[in-house]
Design a protein around this ligand. Sequence first.
Ligand code: CTP
Ligand code: ZN
Length: 150
Amino acid sequence: MDKALQVSAIKDGTVIDHIPADRLFDVINILGLYNSNDMITFGTNLDSKHLGKKGIIKVANRFFQGQEIDKIALIAPHAKLNIIKNYEVIEKRVVEIPDEIISIVKCFNPKCITNNEPVKTRFLVVNQDPIELKCHFCEKITHEKEVVIT
Ligand code: CTP
Ligand code: ZN
């Protein structure tokens, strides 16, 4: 029996798959997709073998790179990027969390200098799964569930 697609296939672009269902809208936000003129489809609370429930976002004609991929990794460390050209998956990429994160995440500690002075945040990634970020300034740990992207 044919497996029905839960969200329609796209011709060219990127499918971000295996997003935790409760982080779907965070991924849409950090990529600024609400401003986009490209065709975007998404689904959430889809069944997943690994995550229980997952989210998926399909963005036509967009191919993410660099800091955009780092941001996806920080909120959805198990996300997979599928690059689609002419309806075929031509490449699958797992996202990777860099060893050091500069600027893109807010420190969890309200007393941290980065939340009170114009100082860029800086973290060492002390654990990848679940994500734990140690602030260079106050040394407090920001955990995966607390990650807020600036
Ligand atoms: N996809 C799409 N449009 C296409 C081709 C694929 O939207 N033209 C989507 C599929 O719906 C799937 C993802 O891209 O969500 C990856 O496609 P594929 O590798 O064919 O699926 P799976 O083998 O199920 O992927 P996985 O590696 O996640 O097991
Ligand atoms: Zn701090």
